[in-house]
Write a protein that binds this ligand. Structure first.
Ligand SMILES: Cc1ncc(COP(=O)(O)O)c(C=O)c1O
Length: 382
């Protein structure tokens, strides 16, 4: 059975199922075991195997992954965490959840990611962690400042919500020794429906994360079933991944090679289709080492172009309105010129595995026309 959502360019992003997911979920439902089960543990083993790491700790969302990773790194009140403002609000909310202060940094407009220099300029004596966001799937390696960060006991906690499968050189993101957080939400490179994984730095950190995601309970639920009590040794949250979600993820993992191939080939199709358009700057990736998650361009007259494309039923979006300009985070706002400039220009084009090269060519044609109309409207007024 193949279950597909609408296969067209009307959506900005869309889950892609290979057909085995429903049967995998049905099997878990029939088992009557819906919580953290051996299916969840199998999912963790398979993720660890793919990434080439010893431990992968599954949780219920990417936000839970970020929150537990910060707790495991002992980041808390009195600490600052360096985060880009150009990210989904979840990155910032996780910092606030542990009582730390977000220290917003600017980005390189070519990648939408932080740079080594921007991070170093933001380090203070209170900095406990840096959270680079691997925007659109692009790896951020911080190579030139890594030694200094380590000497200052500053943890690197990667927000790799967009970057499952991408690589740094020969290694997959998650396999380079940092705390890495993935999201497996509905539209990510791999979906569990909802879910996330933290890759810890050490085996001890893995144990801490396992306790944190299970209310601080020391034993697994399976062990508890055979005893009259259970032990709560530490703080924890109800953050585990259910077997139902893990089953979806396992079925998706069986096809991850296809996912990589399809997403890379769609990216190359976008590159070709957008190349002739004047005024359009693709926020490019290296498709050989990235599993692309979002396709974004910078365009003039963005709001008009956005409205024009939406009126034609093309599912464009904007990722993201900057966080330092959000009411909830206003206390930590500071001028971020590149972020503010880019925020008025970025446009997310439809990018999901239901698209065909023909859809992509049509999106590019419509974008070219929308740009001409927006430019002509501006000239007519001036
Ligand atoms: C950059 C980034 N970080 C964190 C998250 C949070 O992940 P989740 O939605 O699984 O909680 C997302 C979700 O889209 C994201 O895009």
């Amino acid at each position: 059975m193949t279950i597909c959502t609408k296969p067209d360019a009307g959506r900005n992003a869309s889950p892609f199922l290979y057909g085995q997911e429903a049967a995998a979920v049905a099997e878990v439902l029939e088992s009557g075991q819906y919580g953290h089960t051996d299916v969840t543990e199998e999912f963790e083993r398979r993720i660890a195997e793919l990434l080439g790491v010893r431990d992968a700790v599954a949780v219920c969302s990417g936000t839970a992954a970020l929150h537990t990773a910060l707790l495991a790194a002992e980041v808390g009140p009195g600490h600052e965490v360096i985060v880009p403002s150009m990210t989904f609000c979840a990155t910032v909310q996780a910092v606030i959840a542990v009582g730390a202060t977000p220290r917003f940094v600017d980005i390189d407009p070519a990648t939408l990611c932080v740079t080594d220099q921007l991070v170093m300029e933001a380090v203070t004596t209170k900095t406990a962690a840096v959270m680079p966001v691997l925007f659109g799937g692009r790896a951020v390696d911080l190579t030139s400042i890594r030694k200094e960060l380590t000497e200052r006991h500053i943890s690197v906690i990667e927000d790799a919500a967009h970057a499952f499968g991408s690589r740094y050189g020969a290694r997959r993101v998650g396999g380079t020794g940092d705390l890495t957080c993935f999201s497996f939400g509905p539209i990510k490179n791999l979906t569990c429906g909802q879910g996330g994984v933290v890759v810890p730095r050490t085996h001890d950190e893995a144990d801490t994360l396992r306790q944190l995601r299970l209310l601080g309970v020391v034993k697994s639920q399976a062990e508890c079933a055979n005893t009259t009590s259970y032990r709560v040794d530490s703080f924890g949250l109800r953050y585990q991944m259910s077997g139902i979600n893990a089953a979806i993820g396992l079925a998706q993992l069986d096809h991850f090679e296809s996912t990589e191939r399809i997403r890379r080939s769609l990216w190359r199709a976008y590159r070709r289709a957008l190349a002739p358009l004047d005024g359009v700057t693709l926020i490019d990736v290296d498709p050989d080492r990235t599993v692309p998650h979002l396709c974004q361009v910078r365009v003039p007259h963005r709001d008009k172009v956005f409205a024009q494309l939406r009126a034609q039923g093309i599912g464009v979006g904007v990722h993201y309105p900057p966080n330092h300009l959000q009411t909830a985070f206003a206390d930590w706002a500071r001028p971020l010129p590149a972020t503010e400039q880019v925020a008025g220009e970025i446009l997310t084009l439809p990018f999901h595995q239901h698209l065909t090269e023909t859809d992509i060519a049509q999106v590019a044609t419509a974008l070219g026309q929308a740009l001409k109309m927006a430019g002509a409207a501006s000239c007519a007024r001036s």
